[in-house]
Design a protein around this ligand. Structure first.
Ligand code: SAM
Length: 277
């Protein structure tokens, strides 16, 4: 196998989702970069992959120094495979800094794609898939949670979050306060025996999960803002506020991105405000 870095997806619950190419790459790699060696070694044992390899741990807090070790391995002629505890590396998992540094070092990098919880959840949700925003984990503090939801409230895209079972009801309650009774979806235990995906207005989901306390790993999704909801934003006010501190171009860009609005419309409005001054 050519020396370089191989980003390898692993299952999110069902062992049979491991691709043949992923198994072969892990079998042949000299070094494995992983999060928890116990989790990865267990996976290797289940798949019959040799454990006689060099294992390097990679976490958010040590990524810079570990990246250098990995680069040294590749430059000495080794093939390094990077896995996370489950699913696709780099997706709410470490790896971004490693890839950046490997690219700077001119190292060969390839990815062996496979499971990713949010993609599977979106497919099952019945919510629009033409445009979506993967936001990642939801903070646990009430204000931070509400602020995060408010930031994306008016986006014309399905919102996707990672969440844990003990926090789901709190998250649903805050989500209902911020988004109103929009359609939302909870996809749990994907690819596993008790896989479930419930899609319903917020109030119905709260009632359902109060009756049936949720367990396991989950993905939480919120349907896009409706046209009426988007119109409620006071773009004029937002522009006036932003134009006091940043350039017209940046103000327009920020508002368009944050609220999923038409760029030309916002630009024209900004010009009118500026010229009226
Ligand atoms: N890299 C992974 C991926 O590709 O999806 C995600 C890693 S992140 C640390 C773990 C979170 O992913 C969990 O807290 C949960 O929100 C979600 N997740 C992972 N496996 C899942 C599953 N089988 N069903 C539902 N959600 C899952």
């Amino acid at each position: 196998m050519k020396n370089g870095l191989y980003i390898v997806a692993t299952p999110i619950g069902n062992l049979q989702d491991m691709s043949q190419r992923a198994i072969e790459v892990l079998q042949e790699a000299d070094t494995i970069a992983c999060e928890d060696t116990r989790v990865t070694k267990k996976l290797f044992s289940l798949l019959g992959i040799s454990l006689h390899k060099n294992f390097i741990t990679l976490h958010d807090h040590n990524e810079d120094e570990q990246a250098q070790k990995i680069i040294d391995c590749v430059l000495s002629g080794q093939s390094v495979a990077q896995v996370s505890d489950a699913g696709s590396p780099l997706i709410s998992d470490p790896g971004y800094k490693l890839i950046k540094q490997c690219k700077q070092a001119g190292i060969y990098i390839t990815a062996i794609p496979g499971c990713c919880a949010f993609v599977t959840a979106l497919q099952l949700s019945g919510l629009p898939t033409n445009r979506f925003m993967f936001v990642g984990f939801i903070p646990n503090k009430d204000k931070a949670r509400a602020d995060l939801f408010k930031k994306y409230k008016n986006l014309d895209a399905t919102l996707i979050f990672y969440e844990t079972a003990p926090r789901l009801l709190k998250t649903l309650t805050v989500a209902k306060d911020v988004f109103g009774n929009r359609e939302m979806s909870v996809a749990r235990e994907l690819t596993k025996v008790y896989e479930e995906c419930q899609t319903a207005p917020a109030e119905d989901l709260i009632a359902y999960y109060t009756e049936n306390p949720p367990k396991g790993e989950m993905v939480f999704m919120v349907s896009p803002a409706t046209e009426e909801e988007k119109e409620e934003i006071d773009v004029e006010e937002l522009l006036k506020e932003k134009l006091q501190t940043i350039s017209l171009k940046t103000a327009v860009k920020e508002i368009v991105e944050a609220y999923g609005l038409n760029k030309n419309d916002v630009y024209e409005q900004a010009l009118r405000i500026k010229n009226a001054k």
